[in-house]
Structure formats: structure tokens, C-alpha cells
Design a protein around this ligand. Sequence first.
Ligand SMILES: [Fe+2]
Length: 291
Amino acid sequence: MTLDLRRLSYALGAEVCDINVGKPMSESTFGEIHRAFLDHGILLFRDQNITREQHIDFSRRFGELDRHDSLPRDRHPQYPELLMVTNEPKPDGKPGDGKYTGHLWHSDMSFTTVPALGSLLRSISIPPVGGDTMFANMTKAYDALSDVMKKLIADLQGIHVGKRKIVDLTPEREAESKRLNPPIAQPVVRVHPETGRKALYIGEKVECFVGMTTEESKPIIDFLIRHATQPRFTYRHQWRAHDIVIWDNRCTMHAALGDYEDSEPRHLERTTVMGTPSGYVIQGDAFAVST
Ligand SMILES: [Fe+2]
């Protein structure tokens, strides 16, 4: 068969029409989906009213799934392959941390030494308005840089930190977070292992560059993020219930917008396909040398 694809934006993304990912799928159909995934960076499947098992099974076709050991509080108790993205309040009525999941521009699991190849996010409850997700095409953003800037960043390594807002940050939570997610150095320019194309690998979780001070790094980090998130490189996804959106973390980054009422349920579940190992742990004082 030939997939019925509809492009989502100028910059990236395509909707795959008339496919139910919960049904058995031939190797050749999956091959076409995989090809489209590499070509467009993001794939959208609408109206996928499928079970958790079907979500996991389809995700496995892209590769081995992360069991989310570095984010134990967010995973589903029975399905470690599923990461909960939810604003469901805690039992005591306080807002859950999930309200703040993904608000910074980032690529999934960049703060680990096995950054994600892809993520498959399934929407279950969506507020009537707001809560969209922004995506940026990091290959196009890289290509559009001047040759001098490309040279300047060619060998830089960004230090990624798994930071995010935690509702009740206790010293214990802080210590746990540091233990589970120490700072990780990653190249700022990564070559996509399947397409061979270079892409920017940067985001708001990057604190500074290896060997440079925070003051030296910050203007370059800020410029690269501002550059990559210009409208011409982005797509804004407006969720409907039962969407599945798959993105390639090796050549895109994304940010979840928090513009919706806390009282409106927003619940999504994500599988994470593990990528090739990249980066290394930054030990102690090597991190964020400040003048
Ligand atoms: Fe994310």
C-alpha cells in the first residue's frame, strides 16, 4: 500500500490518514510508516481509540522501549513502558508535578546517556482549549545557520540537566533528582544515525557548554534556541482525544504549553523508544564553572 500522507506544516510533520495502529500491520506498511517518520520528523495518527497494550506493541516496532528508570515517579505502576503526562491532582488535592511536564524546549531523555530515538504520545483527555505542543525542526534550523556559526558550534558539548518545576520540592526530592539524573554532556550538533543529516541538539535544559562558563555559554544557547524556534521551523499541534503523535527526538525538539485551566483534565501517555548511547556524566566541579 501507499500511505495517505497530509503535511502538517511547512517546517515538519505529516498526518497519516486511514491507519489504525492497533491492528496487525505488515512489515511493508510499517516500513512506509518508518520512512515517513524519517522524512517528516513527526507523524500524527488521529482517532486511535486503542488500548495501552496496543500502544506499547505498536511502539515496540520502532525499537526497544525505555522503562523510565530515570523518571520513576511518572511511570505507570503496571506498565513501566508508559510515562504519564497528566495534571491529575495528587490524593491530597494539590496539583501533580505532571502539570509542568515538558514546558521547556527539549528533546526527550537528553539528560541521560541513552537519549530517546522517538516518543509516541497518546492523548486520552484533552482540555477544550489550550495545552498544545510546539515542535521545532532541528535539521532545518541547523542548515539555516551561517557557515561561521556552524564552525563555532561544531565541537561544543552542552550540559543537559533534567530540571523541571516540582510542586513540593523537599531536600529529599532534590537529592533523589540529582542522584537519578546527574548532568550529562551531549554534542550540540548530532549526526542522525539513519538519515546522516546534521541537527542541532540544544534546548532549555542545557545549562552551559563543557569548558566554558555559564556567562560565556548563555548567549549562544539563547541564540540557538531563539533561532530554532522561529515560526518557520515549527509546528504547533492542537490535540484531540485519541491522537497519537510520534516524533523523532534526534532531529526535533518540543515544548508543552501550559495554557489551560487546572480544573480541566489533561491526560496523555507516552512510550519512549531508546536511541543509541550518547553523552557522558559530568562529575562534580566540572559543571557550570562560573566567573
Ligand atoms: Fe518531552
